[in-house]
Structure formats: C-alpha cells, structure tokens
Design a protein around this ligand. Structure first.
Ligand code: CP
Length: 357
C-alpha cells in the first residue's frame, strides 16, 4: 500500500503525474464528480488548520466521497490518552484513507505502522508537509510553466517551516534549481535538509537580507515565524518582525517573479502586496484543493491495484531518539533508524541523527 509521508515517497514521474491529473481535474471538473463515490476520508487533525483540513474535505466532496474526522485532539479520545496507533486502527474500520496532522514529528509514520488504509501526512510538527508541496508545485507549474532552471528564495522561519523543508526536498530533484535561504541565524534551515538526507548537497546561498536576494528570484516563498514551535515567548518576540514584504521591497523584483506563501500569514506580507499580480498565495490555496483531489484519487487507485512502495533504506534498531519533538518520545514505538545516502543513520520518524541532533 502507498502512503504519502514525505515528498520523497513519490518519484519525480509520480509527482508530475499527480500535477497533470490536477490540471485535468481543473479543466474537466464534471468528469471526476463521482470518482470516489462510496469512499470515506478521515481527517485526524491534532493541530489547528484552516486550509489543509478544509481543502481535503472539499476535495473529497468534489470527488463524490464522504468525510469523517476531528479537528481538535481535545474532542477525540486522544484527550483520554489514546495513542496514535490505536486511533488509526479504529479509523481504519471506518474510512478508506486517512489524512493526519500532528504536532509531533513522525506521527503519520507511526500511523502507517498500524493503519490498514493509506495515510497522508497533512503536516507533522516542524518536519514535513508534503501536500502543501504538491500545492506549491501545482502553483509553480500554472504560474511559471516549469520546475527546472528556477532560483527560489525561502524567507522567514526556515528552521520550523515544514512547508519549506518539503518543498526543498521536492524541487532539488529538478534540474538547475538554486535556493536562496533568507532567515535570521536562529531560524536557519536545518543541516539535515541542507546536507541532504538523500545524498547530494543542495545548491544554496544564505543571507539575512531579503533586499539583497530579491532581484535574483524567480519564486519568493514567504513564511510565517512559527510562534507555536518556540520554547520561549521572548525569543519569538525578538524574531517576529524579521521580514516584512511590502510594495517598496518589490521594486527590484523581476516582473515575472511569483510570490508564494503557504498561509496563514501574520504580518510578513502587507495587505497592499495582495494587489500585485505577482502575489499568488490565494490562487495557491485553490490549487491545494485540486491537487488533494488528484492525490486522494491516485492513492485510492494505487490501493485498489495493490501498488506498493519500494524502500531500499537499511533500517536498524537503536537507542531512543533524543529529540523531544519526535513522536517516539510519546508513543510506544521501536526506535528505528534508516541509513541515509550520506552515511548517517537517521530516526525514521523525525530524521534526527542516531546520536544527538
Ligand atoms: N498551509 C497550511 O498548512 O495552512 P493550514 O495550517 O491552515 O492548514
């Protein structure tokens, strides 16, 4: 059975197939209106969401299917101490596919060990958000008509920004994609993404200056400083106004640059920028529904066909992962590590190294 936990669970051909299917859905909505009739999606959201949960809901409804689930862990039996493992065993009795968001990194990976239906990671802590990546890719395809030969600037909270981590992992597999990483020192992209888990290093520059990066960019990906991931309010307050995109800062940008943001925004893009034709973030939201339609359809088709994933990673059992944000810190799981292509054993849940993170 196939799941989607990370963009690297899909080959480039499969990503392109899902994007093409989303484009076909956009052009021929009626054709897909009963494509998942009789199927149920369970949305298990242990962390707040507007776009992801509701676009999954809208996507399944537009495919003719039904949706069950919870939008708050406190309204589920998680509040009584039920594990992720038991919750997905239960939901596998009711639903054909599960989309899960959880504050702990690797929670959807634990879900795949117990579910008997496909599991989609709808965002796990500061780790990964692969369906946002598909959304971002569909937006880049529709706005720029290519994935190759792009200079992409990521600005803001690159440490905790799971959408950034996932999009870099996907885009690095296309030709001649360069990354400019714009962040304060405290919120730099984690080393495990820079010196990639999967081998060759990504092509990147780092800067503190959005103004310096702006003229070089084909895509500017703005992000929110992730207040909920900070250990102290003081640290958040110090960094919360690090980057604010306004119309003045766009004066040096390319005329065909596009501005993406996974949303929600706080103050990092002023409202006046919304009127600039390069601002794509609300078009991006709508693309999220179409690409999730394509993904649900594809995973259910693969399930029916008995399609399985090829996984060549060498796995070993090790000492408990020391990262407090890893799901293995709260769920009774085996402490498993996979050998990455750069020779380091990394936790299968959060990708932290076997020693200290
Ligand atoms: N982009 C995104 O994940 O938004 P939500 O948190 O509203 O789902």
């Amino acid at each position: 059975m196939r799941n989607l936990l990370d963009p690297t669970d899909l080959t480039i051909d499969e990503i392109n197939q899902i994007i093409d299917l989303a484009l076909d859905i956009i052009s021929h909505r009626e054709k897909y209106s009963e494509a998942c009739k009789g199927s149920k999606l369970a949305t298990l959201f242990y962390e707040p969401s507007t776009r992801t949960r509701l676009s999954f809901t809208a996507a399944m409804m537009e495919l003719g299917g039904n949706v069950i689930g919870f939008s708050d862990a406190n309204s589920s039996s998680a509040s009584k101490g039920e594990t992720v493992a038991d919750t997905v065993r239960v939901l596998s009795c009711f639903a054909d596919i599960i989309a899960m968001r959880h504050p702990k990194e690797g929670a959807p990976m634990v879900a795949t060990q117990y579910a008997t239906v496909p599991v989609i990671n709808a965002g796990d802590g500061g780790h990964s958000h692969p369906t946002q990546t598909l959304t971002d890719l569909l937006t880049i395809k529709r706005e720029k008509d290519r994935f190759d030969n792009l200079t992409v600037g990521f600005c803001g909270d690159l440490k905790f920004g799971r959408t950034v981590h996932s999009l870099i992992k996907a885009l690095r597999r296309y030709k001649n994609v360069k990354f400019i990483l714009i962040s304060p020192d405290e919120l730099k992209l984690p080393d495990y993404i820079k010196y990639d888990v999967f081998g060759e290093k990504i092509q990147f520059e780092e800067t503190h200056s959005l103004e310096e990066a702006m003229p070089k960019l084909d895509v500017l990906y703005m992000t929110r400083i992730q207040k909920e991931r900070f250990d102290s309010e003081e640290a958040y307050n110090r960094l919360k106004n690090s980057f604010i995109l306004n119309t003045d800062k766009l004066l040096t940008a390319k005329k065909d640059m596009i501005i993406l943001h996974p949303l929600p925004r706080v103050n990092e893009i002023t409202y006046e920028v919304d009127n600039d034709p390069r601002a794509c973030y609300f078009r991006q939201v709508e693309n999220g529904k179409f690409v999730r339609m394509a993904l649900i359809y594809t995973l259910l088709k693969w399930k029916k066909e008995g399609c399985t994933a090829t996984n060549n990673h060498q796995i070993i059992e090790g000492t408990p992962c020391r990262y407090s944000r890893c799901i293995s810190s709260i769920e009774p799981v085996k402490h498993l590590y996979k050998l990455s292509e750069n020779g380091i054993y990394r936790c299968i849940y959060c990708e932290g190294p076997l020693e200290n993170r």
